[in-house]
Each structure stands twice: as C-alpha cells, then as structure tokens.
Design a protein around this ligand. Structure first.
Ligand code: ADP
Ligand code: NI
Length: 218
C-alpha cells in the first residue's frame, strides 16, 4: 500500500468508528482537523505531510475522557492500527507521542509538542475548539454531560493541574474562560495563530451578545 492509500484507509476506519457520535468528538471533528492540519502544513515546509495527515485522523482515536482517564488508550489504539498497515516504527513512535501530548489538560497545564508535526496537529485540533464551530461543540459537550449553559453565580476556575481540570464540573460558559479563550495564545505555528485569532474575536463578540441577552438588555 502506498502512503495515499494508507491515509484513505485510515480515514475510512476513523469515519466508521466515529459516525453518529454526538459529544463533539465525531467524524466531522476528525475531518476538520485533518483539513486544517493540511492547510497549516502548507506553510511548514519541514513537516512530513504523511505523519500530519495520519496523526490528524487518529488524534482522538481513544480519548482519555471516554476511557476512564487512561491517557495511554489513544497511543495504544493508534499503534495497533498503524502496525496492521505496516507503517515504519519511527513514524508510529512520533504519532503515538503526538496523540499522548495533544489533549488539553487545564488552563495552567502546558502542552509540550516536540515535533513540527505535533505542533501542527495541536494547532489544528485547538482551532476546531474555537470560533463558531468551537461554540457549537462546547454546548454539545455540555448537553451530553448534563451541564447547564450558564450560571452567573458560578465563576470560572483556572485549573493548574490535570486532575483538577478532569474533575471540574461547571456550566458551559465557564469553559470559554477555562479553555477556549486561552487557546489563541497557545498556538505554535504562525498560520495557526492567525486563524485562531480571527475565531477568538468572533467568540468575544458572541459572549458580549450572550450577556446582553441574559440580562434582557436588548
Ligand atoms: P482537546 O481535543 O483539545 O483535548 P477535548 O477533547 O477536551 O479537546 O474537547 C473536545 C470538545 O469538547 C472541544 O470542543 C471542547 O471545547 C469541548 N469540551 C471539553 N470539555 C468541555 C467542557 N467542560 N464544557 C464544554 N465543552 C467542553
Ligand atoms: Ni480533537
């Protein structure tokens, strides 16, 4: 199998596994991250585009949030799939590490992406959490987890460790302050920064309108 065939086969595998998912982690998230990652990679000539495409498709293959907090579930599932496709060991190791490090773990917890491919996947994944789509995903996640949309009496928490972030229970507007509005300053790539900034501005506008409506101002 050539690289293009492996990419398409991986896309089919992920599509089958995630279609119909409703918490914001559906096939279309993988699809958007895949497309965004390719867009960002165009400005990063040293990136291995095969690694970028495969890692984008597999980055949420077994998220800790849905595997009792097991952070190794994703890397393990990716390795199993890639070994079946006879992908080189060095590439598998890079992809495993990208999946292990890409997940957001709290306002005060840094992602430590080591390779340019990892930086691209990080930026593409986080960009899909902001802007119009990010807002839709946040409320979808909140609904699926029985969280209220907003409660003015419950203020945001800046989590300084993963455990606290994982165990936090709050309304969805707080998620904007605990994560979504922080993402533009966590971008690694120039292109990622530019896209994130534009979507960030849209979220600020959305929140201003939200608070106006909340208090029946207009
Ligand atoms: P990442 O891919 O950055 O690790 P997650 O898997 O944590 O992101 O989140 C997937 C989607 O669900 C994102 O759009 C994210 O903003 C949203 N989400 C995660 N946690 C919450 C939450 N507590 N409230 C609302 N949305 C959330
Ligand atoms: Ni993701």
């Amino acid at each position: 199998m050539n690289k293009q065939q492996i990419i398409l086969k991986t896309a089919d595998f992920v599509k089958d596994k995630f279609s119909g998912e409703s918490t914001g982690h559906d096939w279309w998230h993988m699809y958007r991250v895949w497309q965004l990652a390719k867009t960002i990679a165009k400005d990063e000539p040293t990136a291995d585009v095969f690694v970028v495409e495969i890692a984008a498709l597999l980055h949420d293959i077994a998220d800790w949030k849905f595997h009792d907090g097991d952070e190794e579930a994703g890397p393990k599932a990716a390795r199993q799939w890639l070994e079946q496709q006879k992908v080189d060991e060095a590439i598998i190791v890079n992809i495993e590490d990208i999946i292990r490090t890409v997940s957001f773990k709290g306002a005060g917890v840094k992602n430590n992406m080591k390779t340019i491919e990892g930086k691209i996947i990080h930026d593409a994944d986080k960009i899909d959490a902001v802007g119009a789509i990010g807002i839709a995903r946040a409320f979808a996640y909140g609904g699926a987890n029985h969280r209220p949309i907003y409660d003015p009496e419950q203020k945001p928490t800046m989590h300084t460790d993963f455990e606290a972030y994982k165990n936090g229970v709050s309304h969805t507007i707080n998620h904007f302050y605990e994560k979504l509005l922080l993402l533009k300053d966590r971008m690694y790539t120039k292109k990622g920064k530019a896209i994130a900034q534009q979507r960030h501005d849209f979220m600020e506008q959305y929140l201003a309108q939200f608070y106006n409506e909340w208090d029946g101002q207009r």
